[in-house]
Design a binder for this molecule. Structure first.
Ligand code: HEC
Length: 126
């Protein structure tokens, strides 16, 4: 059977409509999360830890330090409050590690890094 042109057009409009509506809604729902949310301090801190420190230190909750003598970050607070690292980091004193490159972090970066470290500390008796 032959469809008349008007019917064909109507069909086309219908299928077009059917095809276009759902993807538009999905796109709105599944808007991709930003790769890095600079307002998210923990995310910034994690990024710093992973890019600057994870070559030697375990920076997550369950990973192993690639460098045998570099303590996992999550265990730092066994010996001192994490915030005690603020000053040495700010003054660039944290260069005592063997092979460790000198790194300079801004106050915001230090705050973010320490906030992240605090967020992953293993629970331990205080
Ligand atoms: C090239 C390897 C290397 C890199 C990269 C590195 N570290 Fe270390 N770090 C070490 C080693 C090895 C030690 C243990 C020996 C020492 O203290 O000299 C250490 C020790 C430390 C300590 C003392 C921990 C304790 O309680 O004994 C802190 C704090 C620390 N690192 C922070 C950092 C931070 C923050 C970064 C990233 C910004 C970083 N390190 C990157 C190798 C490294």
């Amino acid at each position: 059977m032959l469809l008349r042109p008007a019917a064909l057009i109507a069909l086309g409009v219908l299928t077009l409509g059917a095809c276009q509506m759902p993807p538009a809604e999905e796109a709105a729902e599944a808007a991709p999360a930003p790769v890095l949310d600079l307002d998210n301090k923990l995310q910034v801190g994690q990024l710093i830890a992973e890019t600057r420190c994870s070559r030697c230190h375990a920076t997550g909750r369950g990973d192993r330090s690639p460098h045998d003598e570099a303590k996992p970050f999550r265990e730092f607070s066994e010996n001192y409050p994490i915030r005690d690292l603020e000053e040495p980091l700010a003054e660039g004193i944290m260069v005592g590690h063997p092979d460790m490159p000198v790194f300079q972090l801004s106050p915001y970066e230090i705050d973010a890094l320490l906030s992240y470290m605090e967020s992953i500390q293993k629970p331990h008796p205080t």
